[in-house]
Ligand binder design. Structure first.
Ligand code: NCD
Length: 328
């Protein structure tokens, strides 16, 4: 596999399970006193973010550093994009510096696919428009497996602004590939105009769905992606679709509450619900680092690192011997 642009690139349940197995190994590394391995020494990972991000960007950069890769970071605000440079020219400039992977976030669906067609490096989609966010789905699958052992036969409700959500698209693909059934719960204005080909049920009644689910997955109102008024008011949304404390009592004792972040406490989730033991929100973030280590490993570790002359920089036994015992 050269790129990770969508969940389908993993080829279904077996591919996802392979990432989960690798993630176990990197969770173990992340728990060490010195959570670092030399696996990607000599490789360079660049992050190319055209949209704001807190956790996804920090998570990828932490993952790359824990594997001893060099990290290059690019943000639109402080780059030549503000001088009018195109996505293609920016991507080619980064590539010319000699990178092995480019992690791309962009407001347009398909932007990472375009970058992948222009550069020789591996491209990882870190969120493109309303389209996909595959590593988010992988860390969510990992989190469910940690709490509930399996997704087979599990019922997942994804609640909120599905229409504008790349997380919803990737998570529907990943959860259903792993054997779960998915119900989308949202007002009609926040559902995509067509659900043809989505292997999901739809409901507009959260109270009726909650007692039947193993996982309730909440999404933020993505107001920055809304071009029209799709909701009468946020207060009305919360009253009907928010996971309030009383509503959370409708959940079964083993059901879990998930959210990809950033949360708007008091809108889609009550502040105290976010902090319940049933909530996996901080686990999702910490699993995110290990999942991204697994993805970088799959894409990069099998290929030799190169410098800008094309020479292989693979570890020699002499270099190996210099690596302190503790980082092995
Ligand atoms: C999401 C995103 O940017 O797609 N956040 C994330 O990566 N954890 C969801 C969102 O913006 O609401």
């Amino acid at each position: 596999m050269k790129h990770l642009l969508s969940i389908d690139d993993l080829g279904g349940a077996d591919g996802i399970a392979e990432v989960m197995k690798l993630t176990d190994a990197f969770v173990e590394v992340s728990r060490r006193p010195i959570p670092k391995v030399p696996t990607l020494r000599g490789k360079t990972v660049a992050s190319l973010f055209y949209e704001d991000s807190t956790r996804t960007r920090l998570s990828f950069e932490t993952a790359a550093k824990r594997m001893s890769a060099d990290v290059m970071s690019f943000s639109v605000g402080s780059s030549s994009v503000s001088k009018g440079e195109s996505l293609r020219d920016t991507a080619l400039t980064i590539e010319a510096m000699g990178v092995d992977a480019i992690v791309v976030r962009h407001r347009s669906s398909g932007a990472p696919h375009r970058v992948a067609s222009w550069v020789g490096a591996s491209v990882i989609n870190a969120g493109d428009g309303w389209h996909e966010h595959p590593t988010q789905a992988l860390l969510d699958v990992y989190t469910v497996l940690q709490r509930l052992d399996t997704l087979v036969g599990r019922h997942v409700a994804i609640v909120g602004d599905i229409k504008h959500s790349r997380v919803a698209r990737s998570n529907v693909a990943a959860f259903t590939a792993m054997g779960a059934t998915v119900t989308l719960v949202a007002p009609p204005t926040l559902l995509p105009p067509s659900l043809d080909g989505w292997p999901v049920e739809v409901s507009h009644d959260l109270d009726a769905v909650l007692p039947t689910v193993d996982v309730v997955y909440l999404l933020r109102m993505q107001r920055e992606r809304m071009t029209e008024a799709l909701l009468p008011s946020l207060r009305e949304y919360t009253a009907t679709y928010g996971l309030t404390r009383p509503r959370s009592r409708l959940l079964g004792p083993d059901a879990i509450v998930m959210h990809p972040g950033p949360m708007n406490r008091g809108v889609e989730i009550a502040p105290e619900v976010a902090d319940l033991p049933q909530s996996t929100i901080t686990e999702q973030v910490s699993h995110g680092v290990a999942v991204r280590m697994a993805v970088l490993f799959l894409l990069l570790a099998a290929r030799p690192a190169t410098d800008d002359t094309g020479e292989t920089l693979a570890m020699t036994p002499e270099l190996e011997a210099l690596v302190p015992e503790v980082v092995r």
